[in-house]
Design a protein around this ligand. Sequence first.
Ligand SMILES: [Zn+2]
Length: 235
Amino acid sequence: MATDIVPELLENIQRDFNTAISRNGKLQSIQAMIEKGTATYKQANEYAVEVGEILAQTFKVHIKSDVLPDGKMYYNIAERILNPTLSNNHIIVARVSAEIQGNLNRSVGLGLKGIAPAVNQFRVDSIINRVVAEEVFDDVAWILQEPIVNFTQSIVDDTIKTNVEFQGESGLSPRIMRSAHGHPPCDWCRSMEGVYKYPDVPEDVYKRHDRCRCTVEYDPGDVRRQNIWTKEWSG
Ligand SMILES: [Zn+2]
């Protein structure tokens, strides 16, 4: 019986990932902004891109056809490598995004905690299923690159969605601002630019294609007026 490569491979990936995260200056400066209360979702997205790129880079170093049995990414390997590492990206980025959301809430006098979204297991599973679909791993190695960054960015977008829906259902009028970035931004990203007020938020506002660096930001709306409004209602 062949030896199980997963425990050592996973350990090496996690070790190198953690080292790269702890030494990353950009992540540290964003963390400092969060502690000062000056970070917005722009920083959350930068944070996610950085964490996604670090994991993608770690995969590139450690996962290659020549370390895999028959050069193929078998399901039982993919599942045991990608579930823990992608869940870990989720935990890191959801925590940072929820902290930023909490700061934004406080800055306008809203006494609401930022809510972290649940892990999108459907997206994790679809990455696993795509990477096991080919006979030779090197032919699909690209799936463990930009799509990993895209997955990690989606954690920020899911945080905005979760908080906007929660606030909207609580009677507030949060808004979402999306602006296109890129060289140059594609037609689709340009068409998605704008300010959307809950509940008129198309689902596509929270979507992005690979290499999309558009920013999606939360705006509490006119909270002061809304607070007076809710006070009148409750009092
Ligand atoms: Zn875009």
